[in-house]
Write a protein that binds this ligand. Structure first.
Ligand code: RIB
Ligand code: CA
Length: 303
């Protein structure tokens, strides 16, 4: 079992990614941590509690940063609804959080274990940047950082910046230049990780988890259900851990613009024209049908 820690801002596509990760026997989710992103930190944390309650998991949960490191916080509630998981009536949660900030709790968890841990980030990178900055001693115990974020094909917040990176570009720049193995899924691939109306109708028939996800998906504005389909950005990170062969990658040097109108834009030297350095493994292709089939198979196996 691969040990992973997921930092998340649920968020409807986050909820789907967490659903698969928490229930797949090849993954050991050591803990979850929440960050302000799609919606504010209180909502993302309550949403993470509700997902853990829904699947009756005892996975530890830590609350992280309510604000980006330097920039003013902006949310994406227009895509996920005011609560971040509009569409399904989860019961209120009485789950207790780990006592300290996510960066401290992730550090404690990484240093306590014998084996290396993979960090999976499916929201802004604030918590992970703070972790690496405050506790660099964790780095030898991190196998890889798998990121949903960035774009080499234009933005989804403006013409150039993808949301997770735009919310906290300073954090993103710190993480991708940490020297750790970075695998990054940007919009070039995640906007092609699509579930169509036909797929969503199949999800509806896949047990209580399928009904819950169907309710969320019908309220998710990340794509057009009756055209190309809904973009399952965050699921790409989990799919990579379990079925990497459906993606193709290119190693490249990526930098993040941190100030001005281009803040949050990720720039990749894909032609290798400006430097021999390569700090990330960038996903460049996805087998769309295999992705769809895999998502439906994963959900169909849930209890
Ligand atoms: O740009 C897509 C990313 O922003 C996804 O992680 C989605 O959940 C939002 O956080
Ligand atoms: Ca997310």
């Amino acid at each position: 079992m691969r040990k992973i820690i997921i930092d998340t801002d649920p968020g409807i596509d986050d909820a789907a990614a967490l659903t698969i990760a928490l229930n797949n026997l090849e993954l050991k989710v050591e803990m979850l941590s929440t960050v302000a992103g799609n919606v504010n930190l209180d909502y993302t944390t309550e949403n993470a509690k509700k997902i853990l309650d829904f699947f009756e998991k005892d996975t530890p949960l830590a609350k992280g940063n309510s604000l980006p490191i330097l920039r003013e916080y902006e949310d994406a509630s227009q895509f996920h609804g005011e609560t971040g998981m509009n569409g399904f009536d989860f019961p209120e949660s009485s789950r207790k959080l780990l006592p300290k900030h996510a960066a401290v709790e992730i550090k404690n968890r990484i240093l306590a274990g014998e084996e290396k841990v993979t960090l999976v980030t499916i929201g802004p990178l604030t918590n992970v940047a703070l972790l690496l900055s405050m506790y660099p001693e964790v780095k030898p115990k991190i196998e890889e950082i798998v990121i949903m974020g960035g774009s080499t094909i234009g933005g989804n917040t403006n013409t150039s910046a993808e949301f997770n990176i735009k919310v906290d570009p300073h954090a993103a720049q710190m993480v991708i230049n940490s020297g750790l193995p970075i695998t990054i899924f940007g919009l070039r691939v995640t906007t092609r990780a699509l579930l169509t109306r036909t797929d969503i109708e199949k999800v509806k028939s896949l047990g209580r988890a399928g009904e819950m996800l169907y309710s969320l998906f019908t309220h998710y504005r990340g794509g057009d259900l009756d055209q190309a389909g809904l973009m399952m950005h965050d699921i790409c990170t989990i799919c990579y851990l379990l079925k990497p062969e459906i993606f193709k990658f290119q190693e490249t040097q990526m930098e993040v613009a941190v100030e001005g109108p281009a803040a949050g834009t990720t720039v990749a030297d894909l032609a290798g024209r400006y430097t021999a350095a390569k700090n990330v493994k960038l996903a460049v292709e996805i087998d769309q049908k295999q992705f769809r089939d895999w998502v439906l198979a994963e959900i169909s196996q849930l209890k």
